[in-house]
Design a protein around this ligand. Structure first.
Ligand code: DQA
Length: 146
């Protein structure tokens, strides 16, 4: 049977969404983002597994767990996007469709955010679309199965 779970992984400080720099990230909380991901998954006949951690090793464990047997991986690695070769190596080993998401437009911000270690190990990127970008990423996973 074809796997139906979409694993959405969120990196450090995204637990503070809604209170952290709302002028950049908006006023939705991470619980709001989870709710919108759930709606997007249900609309596509998929099941959501939604996680957040501030710890690099935990994120790596979760990515490894999801490297096969799921419909797709959606990842907002937050600050680790710009620093973590180890997380990149984990994502590189994933054999299902992988989407990199950023709420803000990292290319229009400070120079240290312009480089992402995840871009060339993911199959698709949704950058700078606000939290709605998560739904777009899930839709991309859904269409990549058709
Ligand atoms: O924490 C974050 C969030 C972010 O990944 C985004 O979703 O826009 C962008 C990163 O540069 C930043 O460190």
């Amino acid at each position: 049977m074809e796997p139906t779970t979409v694993l959405v992984i969120n990196g450090p400080n995204l637990n503070l969404l809604g209170e952290r720099e709302p002028e950049i990230y908006g006023s939705d909380t991470l619980a709001d983002v989870e709710a919108l991901c759930r709606v997007a998954c249900e609309a596509a006949g998929l099941t959501l597994e939604f996680r957040q951690s501030n710890h690099e090793g935990v994120l790596i464990d979760w990515v490894q767990e999801g490297r096969r047997g799921i419909a797709g991986l959606v990842i907002n690695a937050a600050g680790y996007t710009h620093t973590s070769v180890a997380l990149r190596d984990a994502v590189s080993a994933v054999t299902v469709p992988r989407v990199e998401v950023h709420i803000s437009d990292i290319h229009a911000r400070e120079e240290f955010r312009h480089h992402s270690y995840l871009t060339d190990v993911t199959d698709h990127q949704v950058i700078g679309r606000g939290v709605a970008g998560y739904a777009e990423a899930i839709q991309w996973v859904a269409t990549s199965r058709d």
